[in-house]
Ligand binder design. Sequence first.
Ligand SMILES: *Cc1c(COP(=O)(O)O)cnc(C)c1O
Length: 226
Amino acid sequence: MDDFRDKLRANLDVVEKRITNACARAGRKRSEVTLVAVTKTITPGIAALLPELGVLDLGENRPQELWRKAAILPNNVHWHLIGHLQRNKVEKTLPLVHLIHSIDNARLLRSLEQEDRSTDVLLEVNVSGESSKQGFAPTEVMQLVPILRELKQVHIRGLMTMAPLQNAEACRPTFAGLRHLRDRLREQGLTAIEHLSMGMSNDFEVAIEEGATFVRLGSVLFEGVS
Ligand SMILES: *Cc1c(COP(=O)(O)O)cnc(C)c1O
């Protein structure tokens, strides 16, 4: 475990420098970007090293795995759900999550609105238009504006996207597209929509240059750790 801890600490140092440099290039403050460590490929035992090393924002793409790890890890962890949430898993998931990044359909939004608690969420947007990707088309999001305005229990805090699996520079238009969509929603008076969850191991620096406030990183953190 000590070897794993040292390797993880070294990886975190490298990632931290890369985030800091990307912020500097973009004239942004480091504090504007939150690193979400995506723990889907690692065991709960290794994931538990993260809060010890000061990383308190952890992400899982499957609700069941989030439940499993949340039951084991300390409760100062902020859990981020970054994958599809089935409506039959809403009740069990909501008390555990800090932020759901992956609201990808209007029925799910309605289910969350009916729950007896308030929930912070991001809308997942398929900016690149690939048929394999989940999420709303940008035009669908604009059509949802009247519905978004009426929500009471669901707080839409921003947007999330997955870039195409290409080199980082090729992802830049996708990230810029998400930022433009956010700005259009804000012009419509939806000023609570501020966050942009975008950027993974292959492309997070470009995402930060384009305005990411959450980067979701897995493989770059856990290379050599598991
Ligand atoms: C797995 C995953 C990530 C992390 O991907 P890496 O390329 O390993 O950094 C980010 N976002 C989502 C939605 C994921 O499923």
